[in-house]
Design a protein around this ligand. Structure first.
Ligand code: NAP
Length: 315
């Protein structure tokens, strides 16, 4: 018997051998992939790495097989898919202890160019799906009296930009619900945290979704063409300038997992901190006119398509 075992026997306590079960969504790329690689290496956790059926092959190639790792198919927008994963984890490992809602999509379109179908897909993926998954895992967490819900949000949830309305709305919804959940879960010993990355230096711009009308506008000459032609390179530039990488966000999430009472709001990176304080400290009357002036080429947006530019007063 090793000395440590003897000490534990003597003190009549057991070493903590429990390995919490972590479920991560959207692991085929970006932050999710970095999280999957990170947690797969740590034997203290049992990790359920998930991706949609179309991306699971790509993911499996990058994650070495291990006893403490399961790779499962999960489409966050599909009820059957969510239930199947939650039931399987319950059967194999007794339920989820830590849920990391990371999967997300981002539309880049002005409001007039979004359809109801586009809006629904955005909300289903970034808000309704994660909420349904939270509802599916909470009963087991409440029974155990412990657990963690970690939702990956965005600074867009607190500060919106033109052509990103729907994305901002979905993240603002996630933030509002997570804040309420923080209060609701505190008496049950379940922690709730929101990770708020700003712009990340990553390939995620390749996954941005465009609407049919948006693409036609960008490639043509209409009311909104200048909005798209200026915002697209502007956002890519901000992402390129960012010093925050997906690996760093994954490491921050690991820290939140390891922290006993993590905070509700966790800004990820300097950009996120900057926007947080800008939003909180600058008077609203100044904030929006200032940000409007900073938009690229904004002087020419809507030029030739609006009477507003010729008149000084309404009517
Ligand atoms: N990148 C940034 O600058 C940034 C900034 C702030 C916040 N965020 C947030 O961080 C999270 C991760 O973003 P990322 O940058 O890593 O983006 P990403 O590289 O595009 O990864 C998004 C992941 O979500 C998955 N996904 C999309 N729809 C899904 C669905 N219906 N069911 C399950 N999985 C789905 C994608 O899988 P498929 O391969 O199957 O499509 C992919 O693995 C998102 O919530 C995003 O909003 C990112």
């Amino acid at each position: 018997m090793s000395l440590y075992k003897y000490v534990y026997w003597f003190k009549r306590i057991r070493p903590n051998t429990y390995k919490p079960v972590i479920l991560i969504t959207g692991c085929s790329s970006g932050i999710g992939l970095e999280l999957a690689k990170l947690f797969a290496k740590i034997s203290n956790y049992r990790t359920v790495i998930t991706a949609r059926a179309s991306s699971i092959g790509r993911l499996t190639e990058q994650i070495p097989a291990a006893d403490n790792v399961r790779i499962l198919e999960l489409d966050i927008t599909q009820e059957d898919s969510r239930n199947s994963v939650v039931n399987q984890v319950l059967q194999d490992w007794g339920g989820v202890d830590i849920l990391i809602n990371n999967a997300g999509i981002s539309y880049r379109s002005v409001i007039e160019h979004m359809t109801n179908t586009d809006e629904l897909l955005q909300m289903n993926t970034n808000y309704l799906g994660p909420m349904a998954l939270i509802r599916a895992v909470l009963p087991q967490m409440r029974t155990k009296g412990r657990g963690k819900i970690i939702n990956v949000s965005s600074v867009s949830g607190m500060l919106a930009m033109p052509t990103m309305s729907s994305y901002s709305a979905s993240k603002a919804a996630l933030e509002g619900a997570s804040e309420a959940l923080w209060y609701e879960m505190r008496p049950f010993g379940i922690d709730v945290s929101l990770i708020q990355p700003g712009f990340i230096q990553s390939d995620s711009f390749k996954h941005v979704r465009y609407t049919k009308l948006g693409l036609e506008s960008e490639n043509g000459h209409d009311d909104y063409s200048e909005f798209y032609r200026n915002m697209k390179p502007f956002i890519s530039r901000l992402m390129g300038l960012s010093r925050t990488r997906a690996e760093k966000v994954a490491e921050l999430i690991l820290l939140v997992v390891q922290t006993e009472r993590p905070p509700l709001w966790v800004p990820a990176g300097l950009g996120a901190e900057f926007f947080y304080y800008l939003r909180r400290l600058m008077p609203r009357r100044l904030l929006h006119p200032l940000l409007f002036r900073c938009l690229p080429g904004v002087k020419h947006w809507g030029e030739g398509f609006s009477q507003k530019r010729k008149t000084k007063f309404w009517g």
